[in-house]
Design a protein around this ligand. Structure first.
Ligand code: ZN
Length: 311
């Protein structure tokens, strides 16, 4: 799909030529040579059948087959810290609508309920979706189409992609569709792993995020920002979230603090705000320009995320 006639690859995000970066067991990682992009991506991508098999094996083994889950969902204790930090930034999350895209078995939906949110999830994997669907108070769908069929005109105050963007076949297309599901002024939170982190630099093709065959893209700050812009977001920024890992010993906590301070920690977090195009109309009678935002269809008294500066 992104291979060119000379056997090279073209960056699917910016169209620039890409060079072979790493040879993996299941694919090749290519790196876009444009300095203002630098996206790393897998070509070839595994087909649907192979991906479904790896998801089942590595993430969601069917009950009772006794296989080890290699890539665990994020522990609730860490998600709880993220929601606490969101509350310190935006104020109370109670009553807000959340959509978790790629919700897996639903840990983020479960934790959001503790904060009084009204969660919905989208999950393609049937085993994981069946588990998430049992969470009382959470609606879970297979796709954005299914969500829109069930809830025409649904809009959300917060949409989360928690280590999901790297799994998507065409991330910026999904992000653009999700942007349209945000209410005006709503926020999208993306977390992914950073290819510039110390572990990726040291472990190279043995870094677990390269070895993971369900990852199709590998981001850093520059390529992620470019993907976010390609999805139509004009206002976004990195969110520096310091997580405390209770199970880490003194040395790992100390190392994490240093990596975090140096910008070499594994995780990248971005907050993106939906701002609607401001339409300028000329008042021909007075010659004055009026700026008017696109209509907000939500009720005026609806509780909304407080709009704050991006810092
Ligand atoms: Zn590129």
């Amino acid at each position: 799909m992104t291979r060119n006639a000379n056997g090279g690859a073209e960056c699917p995000l910016c169209g620039h030529a890409a060079a072979r970066h790493l040879l993996l067991v299941h694919t090749t990682v290519w790196r876009c040579a444009a300095p203002d992009c630098g996206l790393e991506f897998a070509v070839p991508q595994l087909d649907e059948e192979a991906l479904a098999r790896f998801y089942a094996d590595l993430y969601y083994p069917a009950n009772g087959n006794g296989r080890e889950v290699r890539f665990e969902n994020t522990p609730d204790s860490i998600l709880r810290q993220v929601f606490q930090k969101l509350e310190s930034r935006f104020g109370s999350l109670g009553g807000l609508r959340l959509l978790d895209y790629g919700c897996g078995r639903g840990p983020l939906l479960r934790v959001s309920l503790e904060f009084g949110m009204q969660p919905a999830g989208i999950e393609q994997d049937p085993e994981a979706r069946a588990v998430a669907a049992k969470i009382p108070g959470a609606a879970v769908y297979q796709s954005i189409d299914d969500l829109q069929n069930a809830e025409a005109g649904a809009q959300f105050d917060l949409i989360t992609l928690w280590t999901v963007v790297e799994h998507l076949r065409n991330p910026w297309a999904d992000l653009a569709r999700l942007r349209a599901l945000l209410c005006p002024g709503g926020w999208l939170l993306i977390s992914t792993m950073d290819i510039r982190c110390l572990r990726a630099r040291i472990e190279r093709e043995h870094w677990e995020n390269y070895e993971n065959p369900t990852h199709l893209y590998y981001f850093d700050r520059i390529s992620l920002a470019r993907a976010i812009r390609a999805a139509g977001f004009s206002e976004f920024s990195e969110w520096k979230v310091k997580i405390s890992y209770a199970h880490h010993g003194f040395v790992r906590r100390w190392l994490y603090r240093i990596m975090f301070a140096l910008g070499l920690a594994d995780g990248l977090f971005y907050l993106c705000k939906r701002i609607d195009q401001v339409e300028r109309t000329e008042d021909t009678t007075s010659g004055v320009n009026h700026a008017s935002a696109q209509p907000d269809q939500r009720p005026e008294d609806r509780k909304r995320i407080r709009v704050g500066p991006l810092t």
